[in-house]
Design a protein around this ligand. Structure first.
Ligand SMILES: Cc1ncc(COP(=O)(O)O)c(C=O)c1O
Length: 391
């Protein structure tokens, strides 16, 4: 049987133990090939000059921070304009998922519960609840029927899942499509969950690409039952320091703080010191997001248009997805024609098995590099399509 790389939904199988995060088995060996034209990176590629930003304080990174550094929650609370009591700092958004689940269930009398998880998704979102033996059920965000516009939810199916669940886990800016919720779907989700006492955990690692736009609307603003998770990884290009945060109601945040201490102990001094130095400069990354979008996207549009590929471009974010023509399989395409021209992309079935003819393409790299990558993507598409059409 072919290897499955997509997120694992379904109850834990005691024989095989903890399910693998399959996409890493596919992705890491390909990253190790160091293909020169990397369009797979779903986070901004901006190189911070940490030495310049930190100056001499860089020599203190391994020294104890307690008593020497201000409360790290303050940077987040100032930036988001929320009370500091609502903020919990953690080791990246992925750890934030575990903490949020524990906090959401802190006062629940059941040991294990049912959790509805949106698909497609980043595998840890659905596999984290299963570490704690919770049952997961799938709710889907669906491709637009006429190929353009928002990916939508089927409210009837979501309602059935919400009625059975204690928690709903979602990724508003969907990986891999890059589309945020239609405002009607968002409002319905928030109201329906509130009505059924369901806590929403929203993984918002891509949401800051919308920060400067009117529609920037993190879930924590939408009610006491909503938890937002974010980090410096994707938009701010600092995944290496593992700095994330949760924003929730004061009651849930207090439980999250206890869960973090239980699961993580304390944050590392290097992480906190680097984050403290970088926070005043975060807008540089947002300038870059805008610049990369303006310079890179026209090149991508032109190539896809040349091949008559439908391109449903999300209005924000760092990546989007398209379906390959002529039934070309995405994994084969990436391992044959793309490899031939040194291009790396991500196949859609890393997020949902149904997306095996879909490609996720990111415009997160510096424009000169992007231009070269697009020239090579064009060659790879040419080759794959001409092979298909000559068969
Ligand atoms: C939806 C989503 N959440 C979280 C992460 C990882 O975030 P962090 O590095 O903060 O754990 C990823 C990485 O691909 C992601 O796609």
């Amino acid at each position: 049987m072919a290897e499955s790389y997509w997120p694992v939904f379904g109850s834990k199988n005691y024989e095989s133990g903890i399910p693998k995060i399959g996409y890493l088995d596919w992705y890491v060996p390909r990253l190790e090939e160091n293909r020169p034209h990397n369009l797979s990176l779903n986070g901004m590629q901006y190189e911070w000059d940490i030495k310049e930003i930190m100056e001499d304080s860089i020599y203190e990174i391994a020294n104890h921070h307690i008593g020497n550094l201000k409360d790290p929650r303050i940077n987040v609370s100032n930036r988001e304009r929320v009370d500091v009591e609502r903020v919990v700092i953690c080791h990246g958004a992925t750890q934030g998922l575990h903490i949020a689940i524990c906090a959401a269930l802190a006062n629940n009398s059941d040991k294990t519960v049912t959790i509805a998880v949106e698909s497609p998704c980043y595998a840890p979102i659905v596999q984290s609840p299963q570490l704690f033996n919770h049952e997961v059920i799938k709710v889907r965000r669906l491709k637009p029927k006429d190929s353009f516009g928002h990916w939508r939810i089927d409210k009837q199916k979501w309602l059935q899942a919400i009625q059975k669940s204690e928690i709903l886990m979602i990724t508003p800016i969907l990986n891999p499509s890059g589309w945020d919720y239609h405002s009607d779907d968002r409002e319905w989700i928030v109201n329906t969950c509130k009505e059924h006492n369901v806590i929403i955990i929203a993984d918002e690692v891509y949401l800051d690409t919308k920060r400067r736009h009117e529609e920037y609307l993190p879930f924590y603003k939408l009610g006491e039952h909503c938890i937002s998770i974010n980090s410096l990884t994707k938009v701010y290009s600092l995944g290496t320091i593992r700095f994330g945060w949760i924003i929730a109601s004061p009651k849930i945040a207090e439980q999250a703080r206890r869960a973090f201490i239980t699961l993580g102990g304390m944050m590392g001094s290097p992480t906190l010191r680097i984050a403290e130095s970088v926070f005043p400069h975060l807008d540089i990354a947002l300038d870059k997001v805008q610049e990369y979008r303006e310079k890179n996207l026209p090149l991508l549009r032109r190539v896809l248009e040349r091949f008559d590929i439908i391109w449903n471009e999300p209005s924000h974010g760092l990546f989007g997805a398209f379906k390959l023509p002529y039934g070309i399989n995405a994994m084969d395409f990436i391992d044959r024609e793309c490899k031939n021209y040194g291009v790396l992309l991500v196949p859609g079935n890393m997020f949902e098995p149904d997306l095996d003819e879909w490609i996720r393409v990111a415009w997160s790299i510096e424009p000169k590099l992007f231009e070269k990558a697009i020239i090579n993507l064009e060659k790879a598409l040419d080759l794959a399509i001409s092979q298909k059409t000559s068969q």
